[in-house]
Ligand binder design. Sequence first.
Ligand code: ACO
Ligand code: HSE
Length: 388
Amino acid sequence: MTQSPAPPHSESPPADAAAFRHQSVSFPDGLSLDCGAAIAPLTVAFRTYGTLDAARGNAVLVCHAMTGDQYVAESHPVTGKPGWWEAVVGPGKPVDTDRFFVICANVLGGCMGSTGPREEMPGEGRPYGTDFPSITIRDMVRAQKRLVDHLGVPRLLAVIGGSMGGMQVLEWAATFPEMVHAAAPIATAPHHSAQNIAFDEVGRAAIHSDPDWKGGRYWEDGRIPARGLSVARMVAHITYLSEQALTRKFGRRLRGAPALTFLEDVFEVESYLRHQGSTFVNRFDANSYLTITRAMDFFDLAAEHDGNLAAAFRGTPTRFFVASFDSDWLFPTSESRALVRALNAAAANVSFVEIKSDKGHDAFLLHEPEFHAALGGFLRGAAERAGC
Ligand SMILES: CC(=O)SCCNC(=O)CCNC(=O)[C@H](O)C(C)(C)COP(=O)(O)OP(=O)(O)OC[C@H]1O[C@@H](n2cnc3c(N)ncnc32)[C@H](O)[C@@H]1OP(=O)(O)O
Ligand SMILES: N[C@@H](CCO)C(=O)O
């Protein structure tokens, strides 16, 4: 039986990205990108929590994952849901905002106020759309560096993040080692695997095949490619969980009476995936999805260093805390171990923990006390060594 995707909640674009610029900075001179193009101006939307101390030494940069944003520790302005890492960031939490000055910025290419495909293309009077240049994880990090400089932070006590956030952490440590006292790449890898690129391509194909995508110019009639984007999210969401987690949550439970002629959800797990897809389109932009997945796919830190991952970290002053989750099949522990081997080869100071969890990749976002304790301990140690 063929089932069509659930109708998304909305086929209109989410609120204008400008609405999220209540804390943002614009750099008129823009940013030169790895692809050779430049964007100007560059706007970085961000949130901060806690207070920068007098020595300006207690700043912690949190890098968000693929579809995250700057609302790390406060309710989300579109969804009204709690911040995506409120389990980790806040007063008395592992990233203790009573002690640390926490910065989180919407990535370059994102859709929550930083420069990205949904923003107006200078001189064109329309969004960039697919004219937004190809960006890399390193470009995202360079944009964050502009923000950190703007905030008057000479050196970050720590840079932390999971998934694509972890890629940014690694890029920060490799590109600006003198700026990073401690780094915590979590549930991540130094390159995107063939399998991950393959899943991303399915998502992109779903968006491209939606007639409402219109070659990326969907702002013209105000209809967004909601079906394609929701299918992209449904596929991706499966990869964020695990077989055990799906079984524990839903098993083979049916919704209501089984009826094989149903065109709607039959199994609870179908209903759940449709919910994840339809809520996603209310908060995310399809062209941002295309841009950011491409940036992740091209991430290959070894390739940036003549094929030698250890060379990315040779002589680094940064201390590393690498964490993985044993049920994560998107960024498996084997990839974290390869990273740790490279860090060891570079004579870096590194600790590594594999957390037991059946929650899959998104475990880093969820209640995982062992992980939280380990991360909190690493940060406290970093702060003590740095004298803040
Ligand atoms: C790092 C970042 O910045 S990530 C950005 C934000 N995070 C993400 O988008 C990651 C995607 N993952 C999720 O959305 C996950 O829900 C998490 C990781 C955020 C939270 O996981 P959990 O707390 O385990 O929630 P779970 O996966 O069970 O989803 C709960 C939602 O599914 C809904 N749901 C649960 N069962 C069903 C069902 N059978 N049918 C329909 N909906 C269902 C719930 O009502 C709830 O909806 P709501 O989020 O709109 O309130
Ligand atoms: N589920 C998270 C992590 C994906 O890698 C997100 O959507 O950003």
